[in-house]
Design a protein around this ligand. Structure first.
Ligand SMILES: [Zn+2]
Length: 214
């Protein structure tokens, strides 16, 4: 019985320690950690945002591809998100101000809004090295009356180039890997603090940036 109680205490303490999708930008700052390829620091020692050209982006992708994957990776918190999304969600369009209600019949859409909207809005404001915009318009029934299954889209433009890359079905994790890449990281840290080599995401980074290595 005593064993059972202590097991219950351990289990509950694991879940107490779990936040639901925590710290969206906890590990993507500009700190000159030793997993950085390229610290972004200005002459004065004050951090400045460096805007990258397409050539520099390509060089950085190549360097990421050629740099051995870090091996000191954290497994993160031993927990998973058990929170269920609400059966309905009211989406308010930031462009026209109209409200669109999604109910349990569109579980995938409710889930998508619940999981990604806040993170996409928040993280897009943190990326300054390239031009970037989140297109949420598919979620607004007034702006997009004919869309059946809405998706979030990302528009990226590398400073100095004319082309804008539009990619749909993006998640907030896409912006995390973009931010990590632009800050010269070698590791990707997910929302549960689990680390994986960022070079495993090179293909996705190429899609998000509209840059092909080969
Ligand atoms: Zn709208």
């Amino acid at each position: 019985m005593k064993k059972l109680i202590s097991l219950a205490v351990i289990i509950s303490s694991i879940f107490v320690g779990c936040k639901s999708k925590p710290a969206k930008d906890a590990k993507v700052g500009n700190e000159n950690g030793n997993d950085s390829i390229q610290p972004v620091t200005g002459n004065s020692g004050v951090e400045t945002i460096k805007r990258y050209s397409k050539t520099e982006i390509k060089k950085m992708l190549t360097k990421l591809a050629e740099t051995p994957a870090p091996t000191d990776l954290s497994f993160g918190a031993m927990c998973y998100d058990m929170a269920m999304p609400p059966p309905t969600v009211e989406y308010v369009c930031p462009v026209c101000g109209e409200k669109t209600l999604y109910n349990e019949d569109q579980f995938f859409v409710v889930n998508n809004i619940q999981n990604n909207l806040d993170g996409l809005r928040h993280l897009s404001g943190k990326i300054e090295q390239i031009n970037l915009k989140i297109d949420e318009s598919q979620f607004c029934k007034t702006c997009s009356p004919n869309v059946e299954t809405p998706a979030f889209c990302l528009l990226t433009n590398i400073p100095g180039t004319k082309d804008t890359t539009k990619i749909c079905n993006v998640s907030d994790e896409d912006l995390v890997i973009l931010l990590e890449f632009l800050n010269g990281k070698l590791k990707h840290t997910d929302f549960y603090e689990r680390e994986t080599p960022l070079k495993e995401r090179i293909e996705r980074l190429e899609q998000l940036l509209g840059v092909e290595l080969n």
